[in-house]
Design a binder for this molecule. Structure first.
Ligand SMILES: Nc1ncnc2c1ncn2[C@@H]1O[C@H](COP(=O)(O)OP(=O)(O)OP(=O)(O)O)[C@@H](O)[C@H]1O
Ligand SMILES: [Mg+2]
Length: 250
């Protein structure tokens, strides 16, 4: 099984508010339709929230606990927006011949202080076994300390990635960059040095942007590829086990 994450930075315009990137969604759905027909169907797809998540979390102040009525409305709105984005992606996939089903993580998992502690993956594995493409996404989720909190797509990647043969993280840059140059590989040995090059994004990313991503991947023991999904051909190559321009984290 392989875990593919499509970043909110590719499926949406992250500078905006609830703005999809229709072109990005269509081109990735087309690529996945092709890959599916070629027989690669052992995929769990996870996607980020982009402008359907991060700006709402900031607007409704959801990152330090959800308690007040306004915050609960904000959390409900954020969850709803994430499912809207998910359905846009799933509709595009179905049009390309992929039997994709969106499975909202909100009702399957439990956080403790923003960290995923429990996740009932049975519905996901069942749909995969039945020949569907399960689609999960960054979501608001119950949190035993905070009421509700954000469970990032990246955190779901590390949860499902533990059993994967490979993890592919599609985002809006060619991989991890240091002084503008692509870092081909990150491992325990050079992580410290490379982490000096992690910068904040110009748009809101409440789950830590690139450094959040790498932290989820290190220590998993599964080869993980950070790749530019604005070039679907690169993701396609990696799904086939071929080489592509990317950063390998291992
Ligand atoms: N050293 C770095 N190399 C590459 N990108 C970096 C680096 N430091 C910070 N970034 C930022 O990380 C961003 C990618 O992470 P981000 O979390 O925004 O994307 P995503 O995971 O695709 O989106 P989402 O979180 O909505 O799913 C890049 O666009 C870049 O601005
Ligand atoms: Mg992110």
């Amino acid at each position: 099984m392989q875990v593919l994450k499509l970043g909110g930075s590719v499926l949406t315009n992250k500078e905006g508010y609830l703005e999809e990137n229709a072109e990005g969604i269509a081109s990735l759905a087309k690529m996945l339709g092709k890959v599916w027909k070629e027989g690669i169907q052992d995929i769990i797809l996870i996607h980020g929230a982009g402008s359907f998540g991060h700006p709402l979390v900031v607007k409704y102040n959801l990152d330090n606990g959800v308690e007040t009525r306004e915050q609960k409305l904000g959390a409900a709105k954020t969850h709803s927006a994430c499912t809207t984005l998910s359905n846009l992606l799933v509709s595009a996939l179905i049009s390309e011949g992929v039997p994709a089903v969106s499975i909202p993580p909100a009702f399957l998992g439990k956080l403790e202080n923003r960290r995923l502690k429990e996740f009932n993956r049975k519905p996901v594995d069942k749909m995969l076994r039945l020949g569907y493409l399960p689609v999960l996404h960054g979501d608001m989720m119950p949190d035993s300390k905070l009421g509700c909190a954000v469970c990032s797509g990246d955190q779901l990647v590390s949860w499902f990635g533990k059993d994967a043969k490979r993890i592919i993280l599609g985002t809006n840059v060619d991989g991890v960059l240091a002084d503008g140059k692509l870092v081909p590989e990150i491992h325990m040995g050079n992580f410290e040095e490379i982490s000096a090059h992690f910068k904040d994004t110009t748009y809101p990313d409440v789950t830590g942007g690139m450094s959040g991503k790498i932290n989820e991947l290190l220590g998993l023991g599964v080869p993980s590829y950070i790749v530019n999904a604005l070039h679907p051909g690169r993701v396609e190559a990696l799904l086939h086990g071929k080489k592509a321009i990317c950063t390998l984290v291992h």
